[in-house]
Design a protein around this ligand. Sequence first.
Ligand code: SF4
Ligand code: SF4
Length: 424
Amino acid sequence: MAEDIREIWKDLNIDLERHDQLLEALPQVYEEIFLSQENRPKAMEYFDAVVADIHGARIKELYELRKQGKPVLGTFCVYVPEEIPLAVGGVCVGLCGGAEFPIPDAEKHLPRDLCPLIKSSFGFLVARLCPYCQVSTVIVGENTCDGKKKMYEIMSKHKDMYIMEMPQVKDEDGKEYWYRQVVKFKNFVEELSGEKITYENLKEAIERVNKKRKALEKLYELRKEDPAPISGRDANLIAQIAFYDDVDRFTNQVEKLNEELEERVNDGIGVAENAPRILVAGTPMPIPHWKLLYVVESCGAVVVCEESCTGSRYFEGKQVSTDGDDVNDLLKNIADAYLNTNCAIFTPNEERIEDIINKYDEYNCDGVILYNLKFCQPYSVEHAKIEEALKEEDIPVLKLESDYSDEDIGQLKLRVETFLESVS
Ligand code: SF4
Ligand code: SF4
């Protein structure tokens, strides 16, 4: 690793020794899960390089931004509107932890019976193992699930935090409440950056993020083809990288990949021909939580869509309108579009059930896997209801629950294999 990045890590107060241990295992795991795949699109090279240098080049960019006084906002949820910091030259960077490594650090402060995403995210911060956490000017939390909102109270002892309050119901009152939160967030970003958010800079930021979401939408559209032109693992990796890469560079690279995938579709080239097509729906799978998709695809299926915040919920229904005459109109458009995300913290959340059933048809699927991170109550309770709805529609469904450890891989494989036999 180049000396200059080590100097930056040092300056960010990273625990260098443990950080080296953390990064050590990555190349081997990545080789096994991603690079060993046959017939990958050439444009995946960019995303491979991003992961290979996961705490390098992008950290340097963010470090420079912060030095210029631009807001670098760490986030844990797709509800935090990235257009707002982007308007003043700042960024949002996703901090959701997907690794088991820092969980023991978190368990010194948090109960063990808590979702691994919360523990991993918290552990990365308190153990000073994540340069993205360290480089963030402020962490923007959001009061979504109970585990996260209580964790934020403890996290605020370690880092400056700003919390967005979420409504729980999407009625008119909920919409108004959320709009006011978006306005408050804009005021906070202005104060932090010392810069004014104007109609012009916000409109430009909206257009840039819309372009990113369009590119992802197109990628998922291409996955509807049979054979799928890209593996689920690769497509999902891109959705994970969306959370922290530079908006414009990422968009260009996804567009480049889409062109290649279009050619593949025209030439009838795909991955895992005649394989069962699976929709995975459920909790987010932050980087490097690649286990589930790897298990499903190594059992001979192809994952064609993830109804997840590291998947379709990241971009669907979130083309923000630029109609309107002033900043408040644009903020209203942002608030409206973001509220289209069907997170299980909302009640009721019937749109999510409809969405999963529609996706099953649109992506020409053979089965649905409802995936839950252990101890995630909102999604596990909701999945019981969704399973019932899918069965009523005669849609084959498998419910799986796991965490970030490798211990249950054999067991997961057995369950997936049995399920795939039943849908083939
Ligand atoms: S699942 Fe809900 S709380 Fe988690 S990132 Fe998505 S919207 Fe946010
Ligand atoms: S996976 Fe569930 S429990 Fe974990 S942070 Fe997301 S909503 Fe909360």
